[in-house]
Design a protein around this ligand. Structure first.
Ligand code: 0WD
Ligand code: CA
Length: 381
């Protein structure tokens, strides 16, 4: 029963010398059967234009055009002359997702139809895909911590990232080389994407990282009903391809692999992040451009998201999808057990640093408050 379960948990926390109200990230605790993760369903999408304006449509969706086997793309081209960079000092929080919700309340699927006619959304969590990716990879992350703010409003918990002091310091002190290399991923997208289904890529155009196409999906992890949005690079051209998100393609660039050590690091670290990011919204394939030191793409490889975990099984001590998903499940349960007061101005701030447990603090009417007035004022009509 519930009480004996609670006693049992308290006893096991004590045995691990863990204060109540924290969550362990030790991998061994999460080596259980894979939890239920329902096939994500796309319930909508939106576009952000070159000035970061929201549009409730798919105008920014692009089409994948398969390159030659050794394409010779120069990812440095245009960096100084044809690049408009998004201002990453502007924190948009969940605003675009909230705009989508206000415009598309009727598209959110609720098993219990009574909630669609009342004011509740009928989902447990609303967030960005990227925030969930960070949660999934936490048991294996040794470099970067995170801060996730959570507020409950009309029964739904909203989760929005807060930039850590370390992340801010990194952002402010990036080298010129790092700045340029951040451009390379976007340039690769330009070489491999067309704006129209019958078009071809235009490598002579401007790269503008304000532009984005985002999918909105619903799914369930164990007993957590999730609604989240993630940026999608492109879709396949075939009109008979499976419906979204099954037709979407994630594009990546990575340093070419020349040594066994580099291959092992690629499997152990990079494929974990790639897998988590695409598995969450159900994006089935990842196209990787491997580039040399000078930003020339020397080869292209396609990875099936569902096969990535088999690829890595030869690595010793490698990451396991089940650990990622069980940790995410337990983290969301932990958040539910903590975030009790339904108040959009109250923020529960969950923090994690590598080699530590997850902890939280509570903030009333603080700068951490992230649900805007225009969202909490009236979502009924
Ligand atoms: O803290 C965040 N990650 C926030 C992201 C807070 C508020 C808004 N956003 C926006 C991003 O600017 C972007 O429009 O959300 C959108 C992406 O959300 P996501 O899909 O949940 O994020 P994630 O999975 O981390 O990144 C997906 C892609 C990246 O592709 P790669 O292949 O590099 O993983 O979104 C792009 C990037 O192409 N992206 C960004 N683009 C511009 N500025 C940014 C950014 N700060 N972050 C991700
Ligand atoms: Ca990408």
């Amino acid at each position: 029963d519930y009480n004996s379960d609670k006693r049992h948990r308290a006893a096991s926390d004590e045995a691990q010398h863990r204060p109540a109200g924290t969550l362990s990230t030790r991998r061994q605790l999460y080596e259980r059967n894979f939890p239920l993760y329902k096939q994500p369903v796309e319930v909508g999408f939106f576009s952000l234009d070159s000035r970061r304006n929201f549009f409730n449509d798919q105008r920014q969706l692009r089409y994948y055009v398969e390159p030659r086997k050794s394409p010779d793309f120069n990812l440095r081209d245009g960096y100084t002359s044809r690049f408009v960079k998004r201002d990453d000092g502007v924190k948009e929080k969940l605003d675009h997702v909230l705009k989508w919700i206000l415009a598309n309340r009727d598209k959110i699927q609720t098993r219990d139809q009574t909630s669609s006619s009342s004011c509740a959304l009928g989902v447990d969590f609303v967030t960005w895909r990227g925030h969930l990716t960070k949660v999934l990879t936490t048991p294996y992350e040794t470099q970067e911590g995170w801060m996730l703010a959570a507020s409950k409003f009309r029964g739904t918990i909203y989760i929005s990232e807060v930039e850590t002091e370390a992340a801010r310091a990194n952002r402010m002190t990036r080298s010129e080389r790092q700045e340029e290399m951040m451009y390379w991923g976007y340039k690769f997208e330009q070489y491999t994407c067309a704006d129209d289904v019958d078009g071809t890529p235009d490598p002579g155009g401007v790269v503008n990282t304000n532009e984005a196409f985002c999918t909105v999906v619903q799914t369930r992890l164990a007993d957590h009903k999730l609604l989240f949005s993630g940026e999608v690079d492109c879709r396949v051209k075939d009109p008979d391809a499976p419906p979204a998100p099954g037709c979407y393609v994630e594009l990546k660039t990575s340093a070419e692999i020349c040594t066994p050590k580099q291959r092992s690091n690629f499997h152990r670290y990079k494929l974990l992040k790639w897998w988590a990011q695409s598995f969450l919204p159900g994006v089935p394939q990842i196209v990787a451009g491997f580039r040399d030191h000078d930003g020339i793409v020397v080869s292209i490889e396609t990875f099936q998201t569902s096969k990535i975990s088999h690829l890595i099984k030869n690595e010793i001590n490698c990451w396991k999808p089940t650990v990622c998903m069980n940790f995410c499940n337990d983290f969301l349960s932990f958040v539910k057990s903590v975030v009790k007061e339904d108040n959009p101005r109250l923020v529960y701030l969950f923090e994690w640093d590598p080699h530590r447990d997850v902890t939280y603090t509570v903030h009333r009417d603080s700068p951490f408050t992230f649900l805007p007035d225009w969202y909490v004022k009236d979502t009924r009509s």
